[in-house]
Design a protein around this ligand. Structure first.
Ligand code: NIG
Ligand code: FE
Length: 388
């Protein structure tokens, strides 16, 4: 087994919770990694011998980012819809149907190759774990295909047959839900770890609380774990439904009432509020107040939501910069949310931290401290060292 010593780490961000900022920062540190993961962490001056040596020259080493929310399996793009939105058109989920049509008519390779490119793009920006949803097939065969392809890239696959009601079912909503919880679910379930639903009464295309509950309970009965898209376009039942059903995460949380925040705080051991500031950026929506959530005791995560409609960005550094500038998080809180927080939303304790015995999923920042992630937005400072 080969051992590699990474030395001259100017700032090592371990995300060890026991420190005040929860980042567990060590200066002038070194670590040793082997095929089994991280085997030693300590002072540079005490580093043991190893087969290979990487000198970081004072750069920063962080846990690889965990992108716990993405929709990478799709064909085509919606750049014209984005341009229209920038001049005032609202987002209501209606554009999902055009991505669905392009996705259905793509060949397997026409779907697979762009996913590979998007995953490579994520990795180049420091992401070492990604969750990938279906949701642009919306038929039995096309949802199963999307999940099969997603599963070639990650074990964190999510069935999102209840993304929207597709056009051919629009006047038969109840029948579409029966399809989702029946044959579509049973065909998709072997390829999925999670089930998700777009619970959004403010969109005519998405699902209300009762419909969403029906879908999530069926998914749970089929052995899947639960996630929810909620509270994106306006106030709604998504966050409280996620808490009620003990979902791992409710994502977006753009509009939260005090009661929603209280419910999420009470459920902080179970349900994470995942913030997706790239969506607010790309849909010209108000940003949620991340500081309010943390002050109330809510567990938060930060993710990209990379998708062709509401945020075609795969960059977690960009999300961190937005979270700091627009959502009131400190750089430390934003980085923690994009690593440990996102890992918790995937119910994973083996990623998101740099610990002896843990996985060597690492990213390097070409800068002397993690503060540069938000301080130098748009500059490609980060790269993944291992993982994905
Ligand atoms: O997370 N809100 C629902 N789903 C995606 C957007 C999908 C799309 O517009 O293509 C989201 O924002
Ligand atoms: Fe999403």
């Amino acid at each position: 087994m080969t051992s590699t010593l990474i030395t001259s780490i100017g700032e090592l961000v371990t995300c060890d919770d026991s420190t005040e900022d929860r980042l567990g920062i060590r200066h002038n540190a070194a670590i040793v990694i082997t095929d089994d993961g991280i085997s030693w962490i300590g002072a540079d001056t005490e580093a043991p011998p190893a087969d290979q040596r990487i000198d970081l020259g004072g750069r920063t080493l962080i846990p690889g980012f965990v992108d716990s929310h993405s929709h990478l399996v799709f064909a085509g793009d919606r750049s014209a819809e984005f341009a229209a939105r920038m001049t005032g058109a609202p987002y209501d989920g209606g554009g999902i149907a055009s991505t669905m049509a392009a996705t259905r008519s793509a060949s397997d390779d026409e779907l697979r190759l762009p996913v590979a490119a998007r995953v490579a793009e994520m990795r180049a920006q420091g992401t070492t774990t990604v969750e990938i949803k279906s949701g642009y097939g919306l038929s039995i065969a096309d949802e199963a295909r999307a999940l099969r392809i997603a599963g070639e890239f990650t074990p964190e696959t999510t069935f999102l047959g209840a993304h929207v009601v597709p056009p051919e079912w629009r006047h038969r909503r109840a029948d579409y839900i029966d399809l989702v919880i029946g044959d579509m679910l049973s065909t998709a379930a072997p390829y999925a770890r999670w089930i998700d639903v777009f619970c959004e009464p403010n969109s005519p295309y998405a699902f209300d609380a009762d419909e969403a509950r029906t879908v999530l309970e069926a998914g749970r009965d089929a052995g899947l774990e639960l996630r929810v898209h909620g509270n994106q376009l306006g106030h709604g039942p998504g966050a409280q439904l996620a808490v009620e059903l003990e979902a791992a995460s409710v994502d977006h949380c753009t509009y939260l009432s005090d009661a929603d925040v209280d419910a999420l705080a009470d459920a902080s051991d179970t349900t994470v509020a995942t913030l997706l500031p790239g969506v607010e950026f790309c849909t010209r929506s108000p940003y949620p107040d991340g500081a309010r959530l943390l002050a109330a005791g809510v567990s938060i995560a930060l993710a990209s939501d990379c998708n062709p409609g509401t945020c075609y960005s795969s960059s977690i550094p960009f999300m961190i910069a937005l979270a700091v500038r627009e959502m009131g998080l400190t750089p430390a809180q934003a980085l923690y949310a994009a690593t440990v927080g996102a890992a918790r939303s995937l119910r994973r304790s083996d990623i998101g931290r740099i610990v002896v015995g843990g996985r060597a999923d690492l990213a390097v920042i070409e800068a002397p401290s993690h503060l540069h992630l938000a301080y130098r937005p748009g500059v490609p400072l980060v790269r993944a060292l291992e993982g994905l």
